[in-house]
Design a protein around this ligand. Structure first.
Ligand code: MN
Ligand code: MN
Ligand code: ZN
Length: 286
């Protein structure tokens, strides 16, 4: 069974995300464990946690988290530094309480201190947070970014440097976003470029550090450094990248979720998932 699905809303409770995912045939979902546009979220009651765990066990849904959008651990220039630390601490607490295997984090923006300074800052801050949460199982997955503005994490070298600096292999990993990687300048659109990109990824980061995928087509061109998600097959990437990914044996056990634009009844998710499934040979063809 492939772990395939989409980001799901937790409106009405975290367990509702599992129900929503299941209603459209997802086997994997990504959630926010708290409001993604606020620093701090409500603590989860033990009843909520139990309900979530029961439903997860009975459905077999693979669930992982994405951290809130306000968090920036790559700069201490703003007064938001302490808020970012507190917010990330809570992300880890809530994800751990729900028993989630990992939470995806944007490496952050250096806001003028430069890439080197930003990487050092991120390493320092994540080391602190990992020490503070010693004994936790939840991993922090650094997401490959498009490199918009002063965003870090748009080069494999940078992600590798971060992982090496944090030096906590059991608590860290990488999430690969197709839209971001293409916008960052890696040409995964052609077979040749796709193979070359993964060779480089393996050499610099290591395929064993890869734990999840965000499947998004891109509204912008190769190297645009702009983060604009598009429906699968409707963007500048087109279907070929997704055909290569869906049929790549190296990734067949990794969770892959959509972060494409959504409508309330999730019809667009269904359509995107159907397109992805159609790219794999059906059992009858094998
Ligand atoms: Mn993200
Ligand atoms: Mn993403
Ligand atoms: Zn994005």
């Amino acid at each position: 069974m492939r772990l395939l699905g989409a980001h799901m809303s937790t409106a009405g409770g975290v367990d509702k995300a599992i129900e929503r995912g299941q209603s459209i045939g997802c086997t994997a979902i990504q959630i926010f464990v708290k409001n993604n546009n606020q620093w701090m979220g409500k603590p989860l009651t033990s009843e909520t946690i139990n309900q979530f765990k029961l439903l997860q066990a009975s459905t077999g849904m693979f669930v992982f988290a994405h951290t809130g959008y306000l968090i920036n651990l790559a700069s201490e220039k703003t007064d938001n530094h302490e808020k970012s630390m507190q917010s990330m601490r809570q992300e880890l607490e809530l994800a751990e309480a729900l028993g989630l295997p990992f939470t995806v984090l944007h490496p952050g923006s250096h806001l003028g201190i430069g890439e080197k300074g930003g990487v050092e800052m991120l390493v320092k801050n994540l080391k602190t947070l990992i020490e503070e949460t010693a004994g936790y199982k939840v991993k922090i997955l650094l997401e490959m970014t498009a490199g918009q503005g002063t965003n870090l994490g748009h080069k494999f070298e940078q992600l590798a440097e971060m992982l090496a600096g944090i030096d906590a292999p059991e608590r860290t990993g990488v999430c690969f976003d197709t839209c971001h990687t293409y916008a960052a300048g890696y040409n995964i659109k052609t077979k040749e470029g796709y193979e070359k990109t993964w060779e480089e990824f393996d050499k610099l980061i290591g395929l064993n550090k890869l734990f999840a995928f965000h499947l998004n087509d891109s509204k912008t061109e190769l190297g645009s450094r702009k983060d604009r998600h598009e429906h699968i097959g409707k963007g500048t990437l087109g279907l070929e990248t997704f055909r290569l990914l869906m049929n790549d044996k190296r990734f067949e056990n990794l969770p892959m979720v959509l972060e494409t634009p959504k409508d309330p009844d999730m019809k667009q998710d269904v359509e995107n998932l159907n397109i992805l499934k159609s790219l794999m040979p059906s059992p009858a063809d094998v």
